[in-house]
Structure formats: C-alpha cells, structure tokens
Design a binder for this molecule. Sequence first.
Ligand code: T46
Length: 157
Amino acid sequence: MSTETCPVMELPKLIEPGHYSIDACRRVDLPKIEEPRGNLTFIEGGQHIPFDIQRVYYIYDVPGGAERGGHAHKALHQLIVALSGSFDIVLDDGRNRKRIHLNRSYFGLYVCPMIWREIDNFSSGAVCLVLASNRYDESDYYRKYQDFLSDVKRQQL
Ligand code: T46
C-alpha cells in the first residue's frame, strides 16, 4: 500500500452517520502565524475542526518500530496532529484502506467515526496530538477488527 496525499478539507464539516468513509477523513490546514521569533498554530473547536473539543491526549516517547491504534470508534470524531516529528496513519473503513504520512504541526487529520486506524512508522521524538469530540469511553471502541467489520456490514444492509 502506497502513502497517499490526503484530500484537504476546505470547510470543516462534521461527517454524519451513513457517510463515514476513509474519503471523509480529510487533512485540515490549521492557521499558522509566522514570526521571526517562531511560529504559532491554534485550533478552536467548532471553528477549525467540526466538533467541540472534550478531550486532548498525546502519544510520545514511542520506541522505534512500535505501533499504536489498531481499533475503531463507534461515535468519536478526532483530529490527529504530528506535533513533532512524523508518523503514518493507516485508515480503513472496512471497504478501502489508505496510508497517510503526517509530518507538519500545522496539518491535522480529521478522522470520523467507524474508521479502523493503525499508527506506525514513528520518527524519533515524534509527538502525536489528538483532539477528541468526547471523553474517554472504552465502550466506544472496537478493539477487534472482526467486530468492526461485522458492524460495518450490518450498517450497510
Ligand atoms: C486513537 C489513537 C490515535 C485513557 O485512559 N484515556 C484516554 O483518553 C486514552 C486515549 C487512553 N486511555 C487508556 C486506555 C488504555 O489503557 O490508555 C491506554 C492506552 O490506550 P490505547 O491502547 O487506546 O492507545 P492507542 O495509542 O493505541 O490509541 C489511542 C486512542 O485510544 C485512539 O482513540 O485514535 O490513540
């Protein structure tokens, strides 16, 4: 599977049930204020991303060769940013798969619900920032690919 350029989300739009797909997962170009003393990027819920931010978490100190993710969410919307360094995200909607390389702190990847994601190829010192539409809820997870696939197929009926 090759690494693809992700389509850019022109106007942030919350993807509704029935329209979840890897094509709905879009790159969001975040504001970047460039100054001689350094750059600044900011993210406002409902403004730059199509949901209110209920939770922020970040993944860091990832050992070489490690993989994160390996699950999908039933209802959670997220924006994933390579705050430092780089990594790849494999998105899978049960029908199609694509690999996206994130390596800029002013790009975010909007991931809608019902997308299986795997994160790998972390560079040394990479920091993965995630803004989420809800608080942590283990019952929102599919941790087994077959469970995810069964529900994707059931929802298509
Ligand atoms: C995702 C990728 C990018 C919490 O207690 N609170 C939290 O907010 C999160 C995200 C996790 N946890 C606990 C649950 C597990 O015991 O932290 C442990 C590791 O979580 P997990 O295995 O889900 O971590 P990742 O890096 O595989 O996946 C996470 C998110 O879960 C997931 O939504 O998209 O980061």
